[in-house]
Design a binder for this molecule. Structure first.
Ligand code: AMP
Length: 300
């Protein structure tokens, strides 16, 4: 199996109550691909960076076995995002978004990538997400993420895209904003009517909810002792979900539920340090250990 991901590869500037880091590795596709690589060895990354993108970050992705044929370097600056978190560590305040080379990104999917069975359209302009999907042969599963920036600025394109999506991941406030409803259950139902077969609503430290048809599956979040920087938690979660699904031979509800728990486990590593410092340093044994602890925590 192989996974194709399109999204941002970024240089983030992040401020939390514990400090500020400037121009550190970030981006939706970055977190996703590193996370997915723990489950599925064939992760194909489609993204654009500027010629200021540090080679040490390229090496980090290569060391994780991520295929970078689809990551192009363009003259100009890499996409930059700056955000700040308060003590509740929920939604960051976006201080600045500089699209830079991302504003002219026109992805051409390498021929070798077009048969990827699993496709993740990570947080990026929904028009680019659609452009990528149109070039794919016949994916087994298409999942998609987004954020308030695109809900507010490219709503029409996003809604059109959702008709072609199997799993739509978004956080609680985005779900409410997209549906225009303060009740999460009603918002989820309204979004399902837009086309996605399933939606996963991420609720940060309160876990996540899977909605499909008339069924709902609820998972708590793992109890964290050290939360340092929540940036990338959502993309890391998605990487665990799709990585695990791609590694499974069969697609069924039980595997999807287990995939969500693996996604939650992966997200815990993303938040334990700035950028991908912790996520890139863990081993498969760390993932399995935390999965077992998660199971103990929720078993009754
Ligand atoms: P999350 O998993 O939601 O915390 O995603 C965090 C990542 O999203 C950061 O590393 C940012 O670089 C990236 N990001 C922020 N804004 C955007 C945007 N408008 N488009 C694409 N990626 C973004």
């Amino acid at each position: 199996m192989s996974i194709l991901v399109v999204g941002s590869v970024a240089l983030d500037t992040v401020k939390t109550p514990f400090g500020r880091c400037k121009d550190i590795l970030g981006g939706s596709a970055t977190y996703f691909s590193v996370s997915a690589s723990f489950f599925e060895p064939n992760v194909n990354l489609v993204a654009v960076v500027g010629n200021d993108f540090p080679p040490k970050y390229v090496n980090l992705l290569k060391e994780k076995g991520i295929d970078l044929k689809g990551m192009v370097t363009k003259k100009g600056k890499t996409f930059r995002w700056e955000g700040e978190y308060g003590w509740d560590f929920s939604n960051p305040e976006t201080i600045a978004t500089h699209l830079n080379v991302l504003s002219r990104f026109n992805p051409a999917i390498p021929r070798e990538y077009r048969n990827s069975e699993y496709v993740f359209l990570a947080n990026i302009d929904p028009q680019i997400q659609k452009q990528v999907l149109n070039q794919m042969a016949r994916p087994k599963l298409v999942a998609c993420d987004t954020m308030n920036y695109w809900i507010e600025n490219k709503r029409k394109a996003l809604v059109k895209l959702l008709k072609k999506v199997d799993i739509f991941l978004l956080n609680e406030s985005e779900a409410k904003e997209l549906a225009g409803d303060a009740s999460l259950v009603k918002a989820a139902r309204a979004i399902l009517k837009l086309g996605p077969k399933k939606i996963i609503v991420k609720k940060g430290e309160h876990g996540s909810l899977l909605f499909s048809g008339n069924s709902v599956f609820s998972t708590p979040a793992y109890l964290m002792e050290s939360i340092f920087d929540p940036t990338g938690a959502g993309d890391t979660f998605a990487g665990g979900v799709l990585g695990y699904l791609a590694a499974c031979k069969t697609q069924n509800q039980a595997n999807l539920r287990r995939a969500i728990v693996y996604g939650s486990v992966m997200a815990t590593f993303a938040v334990e340090d700035f950028s991908l410092r912790r996520l890139a340093a863990i081993t498969r044994a760390d993932v399995v250990r935390r999965f077992k602890e998660f199971r103990k925590l929720t078993h009754f």
